[in-house]
Write a new protein. Structure first.
Length: 417
């Protein structure tokens, strides 16, 4: 049995007409001989609306109840899609995360999938039904409903595809694939035909929300082929995410590009960043660990870190985190700063991280200099920098982020030829 998982995002199931269109895409795959499991997100802006609604009800929302509420959106989509499929004469069964056997840890709002028991979904597929599974949600060991974090339906789809041994996972969205930059921000952004898992992972964790980063991670670990395609142009091949090979030669060949292939494949911005600075910390061995250990214990991921040159035995330590974690981080850091007798703690919530990504970057000298010059030419101030073999990130003011991405797209010739 050849199995295909298809995932449709919010815009693809925003109204009854779009739901019927999704049903037609799923039935067409079924007619090509695939057993089909479809993962859907909440329709349109329903998740955002639910968050606004909750904030209007209460200023202090218990995490458990927030997940209980957030899970509603996807349930509307699975039921509607199963109805549309039934109307077309196609057998279909809808599944909540729990019914689909998706077991997660108990961290509400950013739960991780522990394992999937695919037996019920597989049974439906064997019976010739299309299995329609709610994205973004699961259940923990205590039976509590959990959600995987914003954009998490992609992760549900890829994890389910691995669990049911699907041949491929098609992520249908509202753009024609993965682009060199967000096509809604950069007019000349170019669609990428094939991209390696590592590049996709790096791009998405740096803010390209076309895929949930954890979905790229799972696809890489299990070697699952993922295609990102447009639900409005389902005939288009989209972008294939897979292992383009470790050798550079193979990479160039599989991309179908010549030797002039650009070494930077994408420029992205992550606007959900905040910066914290601990000012005037006594510069002693172990100080940095004293600051970051309690933050790690609070399960907060720290990103770019900069420690200034010591001045009269004191130094400043700055770091970035996700904006949602800012108030929790400030509470922790203020306490530590007092213990360490640091001068003060400052924060800025209006920062963004702008990055360039490309697996071939490492072997090309001068990429970083080119990036800094492009930003300088636009008068954009760089507050922090971090690099790896395949990315360079600069923290800038949030208001400059889109401008920066456009400048980088031009500088590295990522746009349409
Ligand atoms: P869905 O609801 O289908 O999951 P999302 O809104 O989560 O869709 O993701 C698709 C959006 O991602 C696109 O509309 C686009 O604006 C944005 N995006 C950001 N960066 C990129 C990129 N590099 N390539 C393609 N799309 C991107
Ligand atoms: N509905 C959820 C969200 O808006 C999950 C998703 O769309 O992937 O974040
Ligand atoms: Mg998404």
């Amino acid at each position: 049995m050849k199995i295909l998982v298809q995932k449709f995002g919010g815009t693809s199931v925003a109204d009854p007409e779009k739901v019927r269109k999704v049903a037609r895409i799923a039935v067409s795959a079924r007619k090509q001989g695939y057993a089909v499991a479809v993962v859907v997100s909440a329709p349109g802006d329903m998740t955002d609306d639910l968050i606004d609604y909750a904030s209007a009800v209460s200023k202090k929302i218990p995490d458990r109840e927030m997940d209980m509420l957030m899970a509603i959106g996807e349930q509307k989509s699975i039921a509607s899609l199963a109805m549309a499929l039934a109307e077309m004469g196609q057998k279909a069964v809808s599944f909540t995360g729990e019914q689909a056997g998706i077991l997660t840890d108990g961290i509400f709002g950013k739960a991780r999938i522990l394992r999937i028991d695919p037996s019920k979904v597989l049974k439906a597929l064997k019976e010739g039904s299309i299995a329609v599974v709610a994205g973004f949600q699961g259940v923990d060991r205590k039976g509590e409903i959990t959600t995987l974090g914003r954009g998490g339906s992609d992760t549900t789809a890829v994890a389910l595809a691995v669990a049911i041994k699907a041949d491929m996972c098609d992520i249908y969205t509202d753009v024609k694939g993965v682009f060199t930059s967000d096509p809604r921000v950069v007019q000349g952004a170019k669609r990428i035909r094939t991209i390696s898992y590592d590049e996709a992972l790096e791009m998405t964790s740096l803010g390209a929300k076309v895929l949930h980063p954890r979905s790229a991670e799972i696809a890489k670990v299990y070697g699952l082929k993922v295609r990102v395609r447009s639900s409005f142009n389902p005939g288009d091949a989209g972008t294939l995410v897979f292992d383009t090979g470790s050798g550079k030669k193979l990479k160039i060949k599989t991309r179908g590009e010549d030797m002039e292939r650009t070494y930077v494949v994408s420029a992205t911005a992550d606007k959900n960043q905040a910066k914290v600075t601990v000012v005037g910390v006594p510069d002693r061995p172990g100080i940095v660990s004293k600051i970051f250990s309690p933050i790690a214990k609070g399960r907060i991921s720290v990103d770019v870190i900069v420690q200034n040159v010591s001045h009269k035995g004191h130094t400043d330590v700055s770091f970035t985190i996700s904006r949602v974690d800012l108030s929790r981080t400030m509470a922790i850091v203020k306490k530590v700063a007092k213990e360490l007798r640091a001068q003060t703690v400052m924060h800025a919530s209006g920062v963004a991280k702008v990055s360039i990504v490309g697996a071939g970057m490492y072997s090309y000298p001068g990429v970083a200099a080119k990036m800094f010059t492009a930003l300088a030419k636009k008068g954009i101030n760089i507050e922090m920098i971090s690099t790896s073999e395949i990315k360079i990130s600069c923290v800038v003011e949030e208001k400059d982020a889109d401008n920066a991405v456009r400048a980088l797209n031009r500088e590295f010739r990522l746009g349409k030829k």
